[in-house]
Design a protein around this ligand. Structure first.
Ligand SMILES: Nc1ncnc2c1ncn2[C@@H]1O[C@H](COP(=O)(O)OP(=O)(O)O)[C@@H](O)[C@H]1O
Ligand SMILES: CC(=O)N[C@@H](CCC(=O)OP(=O)(O)O)C(=O)O
Length: 300
């Protein structure tokens, strides 16, 4: 048994068959549809989760869906920064990115993390191709203007953090048509060739929107969005999200996540989910079963 294999010895043949049969309507419904998966750095901290994820993505592709993976790597960047004696600092969920940090970000995201995912998917028999925003002009970015909450009308300088100016999905579409699985690193490029560090949730949301994805699934390190009392909210409307932003219930990395989830839902992505990527095969559970899971973001 490999470390990504679930032990089914106690499960009866009948139950195994039922699990497979339950997937059939979902396979039919999502056949030929694009599923954008945001694979957060916190959902890839354990080796067995990475193996399980790679196999899940291949399975979705093999049954006729078009998975597109946008990966993060926040904790992995933090580890690399620690090695050079630097500490990661965030403002409203965005990493302050000086020149040295940008070099680390490019190396960790576009190198280590992306190649790790590509290698695992290929190891299990899929055909993954790694892309950064530079490839095929995929992500054009500019320096992010971050409003200073203390000084209305002014902006904070958070370095080489980018916001998306435009997405050119041609390269992703070409790969999809050719049975490849695109693995996208959230690094954008300015017209002058400057690389920008973009929060992976923003890239995933925008890619889902541009590709007219059926689903956007954000895999993170928490069961879903919680209210002030710490209870899991199984679905959230735009109005509820506004209230939670206003009263501070949503903070840190959840801020860009919810914003881009809501933008994607409003822009026509049919279903948007925030799920717990620490659960083995959470991706399959979300796409192929009736299991209610995580938080669904509604556009109205
Ligand atoms: N209302 C909330 N509900 C759930 N998580 C929240 C909330 N507000 C802030 N968070 C934080 O957001 C984190 C997820 O964002 P982040 O760490 O950026 O994840 P990822 O690396 O997967 O993008 C959670 O682990 C949690 O600490
Ligand atoms: C600007 C900014 O904050 N960029 C992120 C990019 C990686 C990311 O988003 O990773 P997760 O999805 O694992 O959080 C960062 O530097 O951490």
């Amino acid at each position: 048994m490999t470390d990504s294999t679930v032990d089914l010895t106690g499960v009866s043949p009948q139950s195994k068959a039922e699990i497979l049969a339950e997937a059939l309507p979902y396979i039919r419904k999502f056949h030929g549809k694009t599923i954008v998966v945001k694979y957060g750095g916190n959902a890839m901290t354990e080796e067995h989760l990475k193996h399980g994820f790679a196999r899940d993505v291949i399975l979705l592709k093999l049954v006729g869906m078009n998975p597109v993976v946008v990966h993060g790597g926040g904790p992995q960047i933090d580890n690399a920064l620690k090695k050079i004696g630097k500490q990661g600092t965030f403002v409203q969920g965005m990493r302050i990115t000086d020149e040295e940090t940008m070099e680390v970000v490019e190396w960790v995201l576009g190198g280590e993390v992306q190649q790790d995912i590509v290698m695992l998917i290929n190891h299990y028999g899929g055909q993954a191709v790694g892309l950064t925003g530079k490839d095929g002009g995929l992500i054009r970015a500019r320096k992010m203007q971050m409003p200073d909450k203390e000084k209305p009308g002014q902006f904070l300088d958070i370095g080489f953090v980018g916001e998306i100016e435009a997405i050119n999905p041609a390269v992703v579409k070409a790969l999809q048509d050719d049975a490849f699985i695109p693995i996208i690193s959230p690094i954008g490029f300015g017209d002058d060739g400057q690389a920008y560090n973009i929060n992976a949730d923003l890239v995933a949301g925008k890619i889902a929107e541009i590709l007219k994805a059926e689903k956007l699934i954000m895999m993170t390190n928490i069961a879903g969005v919680q209210n002030k009392a710490g209870e899991l909210l199984t679905d959230l409307s735009a109005r509820e999200i506004d209230e939670m932003f206003a009263d501070g219930t949503i903070s840190g990395g959840m801020l860009p996540k919810i914003s881009s989830a809501l933008d994607a839902a409003k822009s026509g992505v049919n279903t948007v989910h925030i799920i717990d990527g620490r659960i083995e095969h959470s991706l399959l559970l979300e796409v192929l079963t009736e299991q209610a899971f995580g938080t669904m973001i509604r556009s109205h």
